[in-house]
Design a protein around this ligand. Sequence first.
Ligand code: SF4
Ligand code: F3S
Length: 112
Amino acid sequence: MTFVVTDNCIKCKYMDCVEVCPVDCFYEGDNMLVIHPDECIDCGVCEPECPASAIVADTEPGLDKWLKLNGDYAKVWPNITVKRDAPPDAKNWDGVPEKYEKFFSPEPGQGD
Ligand code: SF4
Ligand code: F3S
């Protein structure tokens, strides 16, 4: 089992999650983060920290796409353990549908 970052992180990218993870298993893309599924110890601490409710346990149904995306990009994006400022318009993107289809970026973020 692992926890998974899902659609609503895109363009919200609050980064509150990175500071609480005891094993530093968040990785940063240009406009979202992912969790490395082999490093996550399933502690669940990050889930309630996300203001966008974008982090879910992989026991939820329908997460195949997000499990694969988290695993794939955790291998190529840089590690992030320190929170920076969220995008200034983060609030405007909370709850916008189909963010993956419209806005997902495969580009890496800057990391720590
Ligand atoms: Fe890190 Fe725990 Fe969240 Fe996994 S569940 S990403 S170990 S804080
Ligand atoms: Fe994304 Fe939520 Fe973390 S919006 S960056 S999963 S706090």
